[in-house]
Ligand binder design. Structure first.
Ligand code: FES
Length: 215
């Protein structure tokens, strides 16, 4: 039987005389469910995607490699590791000699790096490093986290005649030597923090991985 309905946009004929077909109905129900599932999956994807850490977040914690052969003696580079600035300094013989001087050591709060949390055990030595000529340190002041400035000059006008080079924090005036050791009578309570690191080759240092972990 054919029934005619007026939809308002002209007559339309529907075949109303066809017996219900259970197989067809199952197909329609299944198709609708699958389509609905796809719709939900598509709508959910942005949320699921947002659960995964982004590539940037993953990279923030990744180790960082520095080619020290490209750093001139007396100069340093800054890299980012775990969202923090890290300096890699090539120390000159004159810098190393000064770090061992009794005159400097007498001015330091923790010259032997006895506060264990500030460096790994393999950097708990006079120069706070695996290799004397290469200094790796997190560039954040241990007072309130400002980034100190690299001040390699000897006796500049603003730091006085006794300054032999090191790091100066402009926020509240803390001073550190070229081993990141803090001076007495400044706001910073402890030496700068040495991150985990090791040598991949003679000229490449990897920041973020301890020597034992890399072995
Ligand atoms: S943050 Fe460096 S001295 Fe205060």
């Amino acid at each position: 039987m054919t029934t005619t309905y007026d939809t308002g946009k002209g007559a339309t004929e529907f075949d109303t005389d066809v017996a219900p077909d259970p197989a067809r109905r199952r197909f329609l129900v299944t198709s609708t469910s699958v389509a609905g599932g796809i719709g939900i999956a598509a709508a959910a994807w942005p949320f699921i995607a947002s659960w995964n850490p982004s590539a940037r977040a993953r990279n923030l914690g990744a180790p960082v490699e520095v080619d020290i052969s490209k750093i001139e003696p007396g100069a340093q580079v800054t890299v980012q590791w775990q969202g923090k600035p890290v300096w890699v300094l090539r120390r000159t013989p004159a810098m190393r000699e000064h770090l061992a001087s009794a005159d400097l050591i007498a001015q330091l709060r923790d010259p032997d790096s006895e506060v264990a949390s500030q460096q790994p055990a393999y950097a708990q030595n006079t120069l706070r490093a695996i290799r004397e000529d290469v200094f790796v340190v997190i560039a954040l002041c241990t007072h309130l986290g400002c980034i100190p400035t690299f001040r390699p000059e000897v006796a500049p006008a603003d730091l006085g005649p006794h300054w032999h080079g090191g790091y100066f924090c402009p926020c509240h005036g803390s001073r550190f030597d070229f081993a990141g050791r803090v001076f007495k009578n400044v706001p910073a309570p402890t030496n700068l923090v040495i991150p985990p690191y090791h040598y991949v080759t003679d000229t490449v240092v990897q920041i973020g991985v301890d020597p034992e972990e890399a072995a």
